[in-house]
Design a protein around this ligand. Structure first.
Ligand code: ADP
Ligand code: MG
Length: 589
């Protein structure tokens, strides 16, 4: 019974999930062309890649070249052997480079039979020289091919990382409401690595293999088009298989990535709230939640494995069938129709063989390209996205003088992550300059929201906020925020020393200013009692400070900027009455 209800529960759950995933399917599909992966390449990197590509091409042609030499060598051997056979007959001799009967009679059949031109030893030395030459060339070509591509990719990836993080920092706060921070983390590490795999050495290797394939088949065509044609006639079977595989892999990799990013987000959230999780005994539940996401990833991974496995087997099956066909028909051509010399036949055989093999080996590169494009879709879209509120914009007025009168005009507001819930309904108010204004209301009334609107974290859909009569949307945003000192409801400290945390309020703060600010915030005494005083590390997120200590450090951080507008969101909620009174006094001053 229990299992049944569980199943039902799962089934009930899965149908909306499916709808969602259908939506996602269009969203998560690849929208980055292969060449768009290189859009951040500079001139010098493009040059590196072009030279790397050329090296890869020549490198790829090396093996068919080797086969060419090989075929010639075989024919030379056979010619020499025939000559030896002929001259073993005591009645024949070599006159004027032609084989004649000693008694002078003429043999029409052997009229063109030449002899005496072959110095087999020097011929073989010549071939050895060719091989060695190809070897030396490959030494440099291989180096350039891999080194250039990897170098260029390393530089591009660094640029992509920079741009991505920079753009994420520029996004408006509403965007962060709608995006999981843990997912961003995973994207930064995994997805960018996937892009790297798609634009680095794999490209060089792909070009090399593809050139080998082209030249191998070319060799086949030139030396024996009939046989090559027969083999190629079945090659669409290979092409279709490879295409299906690349397509399926790209799709499934996207799904897999998504699932892993979700699992990563869960881990991130849980680890940062570990105390709460432990307090409520939620460890097992969180393990389950994490596992569940892994199971999704695994499911997609296994599907990918099944499809890739099937198509790999299929591809090689077809390739070996090609060999069978080639050998059967090829020997027919040599024996019955005498069209090919044995050297030619070997060239054709091995040319097509090596070409087909290389094509098979090139297909894993296609997978890397597809995963890279899948990973790039989201990253590039973020990079291209224009923030609605651009905190790095140079635009907007900077007022010469700020009185500090803030006015709300008929503001309607809802959070972008929850558009259907109206938070502020036609809010109008005036905060006069030089006054202390308090918002009073029950929890969830919208006090913190109002404060965030003053900081312009969000733009209200209707109405406007003005500072001294200027719409804050027309003001320079960095400048506006530089006027404001804020202590949030849950102040966030960064994992560094107390002094550094306070200096985040004002980069150029001297030690005296910091000490004054801490005295005003009633934090000086407790800081001096710590063993390392201002150099005490506050721990990750300020985790090694008490709530009240955190608040007082945050107040000092706000005060050290000596702001024109001071926003306190229940800034003294964690303080005892006595400390609160002291802080309040300082704030009033
Ligand atoms: P308070 O007056 O207690 O400070 P808030 O301004 O924080 O209240 O919240 C007002 C309402 O807005 C609450 O109902 C809350 O659920 C909602 N809210 C707050 N922050 C967000 C957010 N980032 N996204 C969506 N809704 C939010
Ligand atoms: Mg609040």
């Amino acid at each position: 019974n229990l299992k049944n209800t569980e199943d039902k529960y799962e089934n009930g759950n899965s149908s909306p999930d499916k709808n969602k995933s259908k939506d996602n399917e269009t969203k998560e599909s690849i929208r980055v062309g292969f060449f768009q992966l290189f859009r951040f390449a500079s001139c010098s990197e493009t040059c590196l890649m072009v030279f790397g590509g050329l090296s890869a091409m020549v490198h790829g042609a090396a093996q068919p070249c080797m086969l060419l030499v090989f075929g010639l060598m075989i024919d030379t051997f056979i010619l020499y052997d025939i000559e030896l056979q002929e001259l073993r007959n005591p009645n024949r001799t070599c006159i004027n480079n032609t084989i004649m009967w000693i008694n002078g009679s003429f043999d029409a059949e052997n009229e063109t039979m030449s002899c005496g031109m072959l110095d087999i030893e020097s011929e073989m030395t010549r071939f050895a020289g060719y091989y060695a030459g190809i070897g030396c060339a490959v030494l440099f070509l291989g180096y350039m091919q891999i080194c250039f591509w990897v170098t260029a990719a390393a530089r591009q990836i660094q640029r992509i990382r920079k741009l991505y993080f920079r753009k994420v920092m520029r996004m408006e706060i509403g965007w962060f409401d709608c995006t999981s921070v843990g997912e961003l983390n995973t994207r930064m590490s995994d997805d960018i690595n996937k892009i790297n795999d798609a634009i680095a050495d794999q490209v060089g290797i792909f070009i090399q293999r593809f050139t080998t394939f082209l030249f191998g088949f070319l060799l086949g065509f030139v030396n024996g088009w009939k046989l090559t044609l027969v083999i190629i006639a079945v090659s669409p079977l290979i092409g279709i298989g490879a295409a299906f595989m690349a397509l399926a892999v790209a799709r499934l990799t996207g799904r897999e990535l998504l699932a892993y990013a979700k699992a990563g987000a869960v881990a991130d959230e849980v680890l940062s709230g570990i105390r709460t999780v432990a307090a409520f005994g939620g460890e097992l539940k969180e393990v389950d939640r994490y596992d569940k996401n892994l199971v999704y990833a695994q499911r997609w991974g296994i599907r990918k494995g099944v499809i890739m496995g099937f198509f790999t087997g299929y591809l090689w099956f077809i390739i070996f069938l090609c060999y069978a066909l080639a050998f059967w028909y090829g020997s027919k051509l040599v024996l019955e129709e005498e069209e090919y010399s044995p050297g030619n036949l070997l060239q054709v055989f091995f040319g097509v063989l090596v070409g087909a093999l290389s094509l098979g080996q090139a297909s894993p590169c296609l997978q890397a390209f597809a995963s890279g494009r899948g990973a790039a879709t989201n990253i590039f879209e973020t990079i291209d996205k224009e923030p609605m509120i651009d905190c790095m914009s140079e635009e907007g007025y900077k007022l010469d003088k700020v009185k500090g009168e803030i006015e709300f005009h008929n503001i309607n507001f809802n959070y972008p992550s929850r558009p259907e819930v109206k938070i502020l309904d036609r809010l109008s108010m005036i905060i006069k300059s030089g006054e202390t204004t308090a918002f009073v209301g029950p929890s969830g009334a919208g006090k913190s929201t109002t404060i965030q609107l003053i900081q312009r974290f969000y733009d209200p859909p209707e109405g406007m906020v003005t500072l001294d009569g200027h719409d804050i949307r027309s003001l320079n945003i960095q400048w506006l925020r530089s006027l404001i000192g804020i202590v949030e409801q849950e102040p966030v400290l960064f994992a560094t020393t107390i002094a550094e945390n306070i200096r985040f309020g004002k980069d150029s703060a001297t030690m005296e200013e910091i000490i004054t600010a801490t005295k005003e915030a009633n934090a000086y005494n407790f800081i001096m009692e710590l063993p390392q005083q201002f150099d005490t590390l506050v721990g990750e997120g300020g985790g090694q400070m008490s709530g009240g200590q955190k608040q007082r450090i945050a107040i000092a951080r706000a005060l050290v900027r000596n702001p024109r507008i001071l926003l306190l969101d229940m800034a003294t909620s964690a303080l005892d009455n006595e400390s609160e009174a002291t802080v309040q006094e300082a704030l009033d001053k």
